[in-house]
Design a protein around this ligand. Structure first.
Ligand SMILES: Cc1cc2nc3c(=O)[nH]c(=O)nc-3n(C[C@H](O)[C@H](O)[C@H](O)COP(=O)(O)O)c2cc1C
Length: 379
């Protein structure tokens, strides 16, 4: 991208910062109906993503609705969250924008996936927007700065300001996948409140096979043993795919309980292509995220909650667009919720909107705190 276009884009993105979007009447609609479509028509998905990271890393962030909701404050994995809404992995892949994301009003941030060695990922273009379908398809293939660069960056980040998750991936060419993950815990664990073993991205050949019963149990047992040696003992979570058979789900639940991990993330992107898709990019290879994933991932949250007897906290992610989607995942068994694709289409005001709506729904159903609603569908 030319220097001129980059400067123009930074200026465009910074407009709401200077105006302060709380002063813009109907800011949520302004972003979803005007600003985001303009940005999307000017920039490819990957360029827009890089610009967003740049703005956030420079602190050029529209001041989020700062309203705190007592009902939304919760304790999970021994950590206190001001609210249960986090940014999912894949947005801040290289741990560059943690403070900016904190300012947007998220209750926690997950960075990554980070691989041991730096790698470029797949050839471009590798991200596609399907706006009519409220979908994104990506095949980034773990483009990563690698452990060392991430560690240097995280070293400068003041720990303790926001709950931080670090999502680990494996290198494409690696043969010792266990070492890829255990090295990640050794090198990056001290910066993390929780670590994610990502065995569910569809764009790294063979990765999803690590979800098999014995492989997963062995991998997790090794990772848990390494984390026990760290002074801060971050929680260990496993992120799973939505494309699983009933047997797969039972195997995963067994492996997670046996290996004593602390929780799971449900779910990554899907390789399925719903018949409802209309956009011409619908047949692009890669993982699909967004609206059509919402029901599928909520159902999987419910299944995994039941299969693990509610013993493992779950982060629910997939197609969350509003407070009701988040609430549905919580009632299905999620203790925390993440978003990614909806943020691409709706922009930063979505964070405040989801929190406000979730608070209203909890109020309406008489819950004093969000923690009481976790798994309510099963009671
Ligand atoms: C462009 C893009 C890149 C992603 N990269 C990663 C990644 O590196 N690691 C990971 O665990 N998940 C990754 N994800 C998956 C998201 O974290 C999330 O699980 C999924 O998109 C479903 O949530 P959503 O429908 O709210 O986007 C990525 C998603 C998108 C859209």
């Amino acid at each position: 991208m030319s220097k001129f276009r980059e400067t123009a884009a930074l200026f465009l993105g910074a407009i709401p910062v200077f105006l302060g979007y709380e002063t813009l009447k109907g800011d949520e609609k302004f972003y979803s109906n005007i600003l985001m479509p303009v940005v999307h028509s000017c920039f490819s998905p990957e360029t827009a993503h890089n610009l967003a990271i740049k703005l956030l890393s420079l602190g050029l962030v529209p001041k989020g609705k700062t309203q705190q909701f007592d009902k939304l404050s919760c304790k999970v994995f021994g950590q206190t969250f001001p609210n249960p809404l986090g940014i999912a992995a894949g947005f801040d892949k290289h741990a560059e924008a943690i403070d900016g994301l904190n300012k947007l009003g998220f209750g926690f941030v997950e960075v990554g996936s980070i691989t041991p060695l730096p790698q470029a990922g797949n050839a471009k273009p590798r991200v596609f927007r399907l706006p009519e379908d409220k979908v994104v398809i990506n095949r980034y293939g773990f483009n990563s700065c690698g452990h060392d660069v991430a560690a240097a960056r995280l070293d400068k980040h003041m720990k303790g300001r926001i709950v931080l998750g670090i999502n680990l991936g494996k290198n494409k060419e690696s043969f010792d996948f266990t070492k890829d993950y255990t090295d990640g815990v050794t090198k990056l664990g001290k910066y993390a409140d929780y670590i994610v073993i990502n065995v569910s991205s569809p764009n790294t050949p063979g990765l999803r096979s690590l979800q098999g019963r014995q492989k997963l149990q062995d991998l997790c047992t090794n990772v848990v043993a390494v984390k026990e040696g760290l002074p801060n003992k971050p929680s260990i979570l496993v992120k799973i795919a939505p494309d699983l058979t009933e047997d797969d789900k039972q195997d995963i639940a067994h492996a997670l309980l046996q290996s004593k991990v602390d929780g799971l993330i449900v779910s990554n992107t899907t390789v399925a292509r719903p018949s409802t898709l209309v956009n011409s990019h619908k047949s692009e290879r890669g993982g699909l995220s967004g609206k059509p994933l919402c029901e599928v991932s909520t159902k999987l949250v419910a299944d995994m909650y039941k299969l693990t007897d509610g013993k493992l906290p779950i982060i629910g992610v997939g197609g969350v667009w509003d407070g009701k989607d988040a609430y549905d995942k919580i009632k299905a068994g999620a203790s925390l919720v993440q978003i990614y694709t909806s943020l691409i289409y709706e922009g930063p005001p979505l964070v405040g909107k989801i929190k406000r709506e979730l608070n209203q729904l909890l109020e309406k159903d008489g819950f004093i705190n969000v923690a009481e609603a976790v798994g309510a569908d099963h009671k």
